[in-house]
Design a protein around this ligand. Structure first.
Ligand code: PHE
Length: 451
């Protein structure tokens, strides 16, 4: 174990930090519209199955690598497989989270703008709610917001693992749950909300095409922050006596519950307002303000209050995820390159800011610049969520299932045999890591390549 390395202080801290990484825009911004586009409950069903059968094995693979080495992704690979090409996996999983951080911070920036707008009580008229397209395609506003968002992340990262990440997560995660439950109760109380509930619970299997199935699985990886080294890095801050199975299952459960709560907070409101559910990524920034405005005509204070709570929720959820992406690169630079935490944070800030700024401009002035037919923003999104995350997840499970010593894996999951785990449970988990997850993830990866 590296000298002077920080650790999370308790099991609660571990689960809050990991849940902080997992719960993010993926749950609030992506999940509801993906459910809307891909057949409601049928999609949710595949999503839940995939969370348990595929995502947890990847989660445990990353956690085993991180905790057994107490190192950053590159250092971990170097320790476990010195002198082999596996170090490229270490490097890949430093690059992918920085790319995600760049475009994620642009969307995080939108939530800064929308929070400010709601604090200025602007969502009281339908006109105010209609400006999303105009805002994101403008030059300066989104850039300023992107900068603010990234600076907030950097501030938490500078605080370190215990006083930065741990403190922030322990404080904000419980608040997030309270907020989303309040919003959900409000949304469910709207007239016409039951349509939205029916939509979420009634499966439409006809929409469950192979690409919808791949999307559900991809969403479950994205939501649990898998395949890009964030879980590995956070796990490297876990003490040897913590139970990895419990932390993993706890994190996955929180993430799933939060996604469902967000679905039940968003969809009933969408139906109550008589809006098409498959509205795409604009759902939370375009549709919801419209709904707030509609409500505002009847009760301006209530609608402004709900809008404020909603955008605080999005902003905080996005921040706690973004800091986990940030930390992967910082851990690497500090431990492998001997740079101070401060310089590493500034360096990564500069890189993510630049790529993020280009992504932001790709909605406006740079919209004509295309990579493989996509704008830079959508290219970075697709590259990471369709390819790099699945590829990283695939390689992590292959590494733990085929390359790492089985005894070491077992020791890590049972804390050297001190945790009671019967052989059958370990056998099942190991089988999932070694066979099921790589085969299915491999199929998804190839499907994504071909589709
Ligand atoms: N899980 C986060 C979300 O749901 C996104 C994320 C991806 C975070 C990869 C870290 C790493 O928004």
């Amino acid at each position: 174990m590296a000298a002077g390395r920080e650790h999370f202080g308790s099991r609660f801290a571990v689960i809050m930090a990991m849940a902080g990484s997992a719960i993010g825009l993926g749950n609030i911004w992506r999940f509801p519209y993906m459910v809307g586009e891909n057949g409601g409950a049928a999609f949710i069903l595949v999503y839940i199955l995939s969370s348990f059968l595929l995502s947890l094995p990847i989660f445990f693979s990353e956690a085993v690598i991180g905790r057994s080495t107490h190192a950053n992704t590159f250092g971990a690979m170097r320790q476990l497989a010195p002198g082999t090409p596996w170090r490229w996996l270490g490097l890949l999983t430093i690059l992918s989270p920085v790319i995600i951080l760049s475009y994620y911070s642009v969307v995080g920036g939108w939530s800064v703008e929308y929070l400010l707008k709601s604090l200025a009580l602007q969502f009281r008229t339908p006109e105010a709610a209609a400006g999303f397209g105009g805002f994101i395609s403008s030059t300066w506003g989104p850039l300023v917001c992107h900068t603010v968002f990234l600076a907030l992340c950097a501030a938490v990262i500078l605080g370190g693992v215990k006083s930065g990440i741990e403190k922030f997560s322990k404080l904000t995660m419980p608040v997030l749950f309270v907020l989303i439950v309040l919003i959900m109760i409000y949304s469910l109380s709207l007239p016409g909300a039951s349509e939205g509930v029916r939509y979420l619970v009634k499966p439409d299997f006809s929409k469950l095409t192979p690409s919808a199935v791949a999307a559900a699985m991809g969403q479950s990886f994205f939501s649990l922050s898998l395949g890009v080294g964030t879980i590995l890095t956070y796990a490297s801050y876990i003490h040897k006596d913590e139970n990895l199975l419990v932390s993993g299952a706890g994190t996955a459960a929180f993430d799933l519950v939060f996604a469902l709560l967000a679905g039940f907070a968003v969809m009933p409101a969408v139906f109550a307002a008589g809006i098409e559910p498959a509205a795409g990524p604009g759902l939370v920034f375009e549709t919801l303000p419209h709904i707030f405005a509609k409500m505002g005509l009847a009760s301006p204070w209530l609608s402004s209050g709900v809008a404020i709570l909603f955008f605080i929720t999005i902003l905080v959820a996005a921040l706690s995820s973004a800091i986990s992406m940030f930390e992967v690169g910082v851990a690497y630079l500090v431990e492998e390159k001997g740079i101070s935490r401060r310089t590493a944070t500034l360096g990564l800030f500069a890189f993510a800011w630049t790529l993020g700024a280009l992504c932001s401009l790709s909605f406006g002035p740079l919209s004509g610049f295309k990579l493989f037919g996509e704008t830079l923003f959508s290219f970075c999104d697709k590259l990471t969520s369709n390819f790099l995350m699945t590829f990283g997840g695939l390689l992590f499970t292959l590494f733990v299932g085929w390359k790492m010593d089985k005894m070491r894996v077992r020791n890590e999951l049972t804390n050297g045999g001190s945790l009671p785990m019967n052989g059958r449970l370990f056998g099942i988990i190991y089988f999932m890591i070694k066979w099921v997850a790589p085969v299915v993830i491999g199929i998804i990866f190839v499907t994504n390549l071909l589709l």
